[in-house]
Design a protein around this ligand. Structure first.
Ligand SMILES: [Zn+2]
Length: 357
């Protein structure tokens, strides 16, 4: 289906851009272009971008990570295959047969992730999951010399190759890297809104680097912002696919934005959590709740900055997260924006002072 509006265009640009952890220059440039007219731009010294708007009031940090999961080439075999390390959490089962783009000093090169062909495996081995360490990237070359002559070097990053698509119902979108380009899009849209409307605070839109390898850019960018409130904008995980019990997760695609109640490294500020819930109520926005015992977000760094920062995580849920083809729903995106705008509009000095437990 055709791209028909601003939000689809923004999500397409952001999700298709390249930027694995530590190699974010392409996506950073794109985000900078979107933020430049919306505030004063700063950068920390590992590459996170900060866009500041407003002169007085409490400092509200809207954070989303710009990096996406990917790979780094760590060895070239003499037969011309590329061995790789994961940058971020990849599930072995979503890798085989997927296309990747290797970013070399001579330009982008297409490859595919492969393993020993099943036709040549004994039947017992065929049933087993192939592990990443036994996979390789094939760029169609036949020797190490050929690979090197094409420009590939050890240390080059590889990015999932996947296009943004509007699916048949017109409301579901498929792409790579919704984690966390959907958060970046929300941050840009929220700043865009407040560039034309008053807000009782200083707003800092932050696109962090290297979240997927341990929430690194959130730590350094917090040093620049020194926030009074942290709002992390993230993708969340749908529990509506076959095989998940409602008590494990009842987060469903298209049923509203998600508020995180718990993850492995942050318990949200409860007054801020309740302010989100009451704001959603007033605006008639359906709100879903998520909790994950494994994993963490940039909130893990932000809420521990300085003497502590009241912080929450708001998200748009995605199916098949951390793959080449995740799916989100447009209504979740639109209502998440309304919720963020409503929430930020309430964060004046008195309200923020009252958030401390
Ligand atoms: Zn994420």
């Amino acid at each position: 289906m055709k791209i028909t509006d601003h939000t689809q265009q923004l999500l397409k640009e952001l999700t298709e851009a390249h930027g694995v952890p530590g190699y974010e220059s392409d996506i950073r440039h794109l985000i900078r272009c979107h933020l430049e007219s919306l505030g004063r731009i700063e950068q920390d010294r590992i590459g996170s971008l900060i866009c500041a708007a407003g002169e007085k009031g409490p400092k509200v940090m809207l954070a989303a990570h710009m990096d996406e999961i990917g790979f780094m080439i760590n060895y070239i075999t003499k037969e011309g295959f590329l061995k790789f390390l994961p940058l971020g959490g990849w599930w072995d089962q979503v890798l085989l047969g997927q296309r990747v783009i290797i970013k070399t000093h001579k330009g982008d090169i297409l490859g595919v992730i492969g393993a020993k062909p099943p036709h040549m495996l004994p039947s017992e081995e065929r049933k087993k999951v192939v592990e990443k360490k036994d996979m390789y990237i094939d760029i169609g070359a036949s020797s190490r010399e050929e690979v090197e002559s094409l420009g590939v070097r050890q240390g080059d990053p590889a990015v999932p190759d996947s296009d943004f698509k509007v699916l048949a119902n017109g409301k579901s979108y498929m792409s790579k890297a919704f984690d966390d380009r959907v958060g970046v899009a929300m941050m840009i849209d929220a700043l865009g809104h407040f560039s034309k409307n008053p807000h009782p605070n200083q707003l800092f839109g932050v696109a962090t680097v290297m979240e997927e390898v341990g929430t690194r850019g959130a730590k350094t960018s917090s040093e620049i912002v020194s926030p009074d409130v942290g709002i992390v904008l993230e993708s969340d995980i749908c529990g509506d696919v076959p095989g998940i019990k409602p008590e494990e997760s009842d987060v469903k695609l298209g049923q509203g934005p998600c508020l995180s109640l718990f993850d492995a490294r942050m318990i949200p500020n409860l007054k801020l959590r309740d302010l989100v819930i009451s704001t959603a109520d007033e605006l008639n926005i359906p709100l879903q709740f998520s909790a994950m015992t494994g994993g963490a977000t940039d909130g893990s760094q932000i809420h521990l900055h300085g003497i502590g920062v009241p912080t929450i995580v708001l998200g748009v849920c995605a199916r098949h997260i951390h793959s080449h083809s995740a799916i989100i729903h447009r209504e979740d995106y639109d209502s998440a924006i309304q919720l963020i705008i409503g929430l930020v509009g309430k964060l004046d000095a008195e309200t923020v002072a009252g958030l401390v437990p």
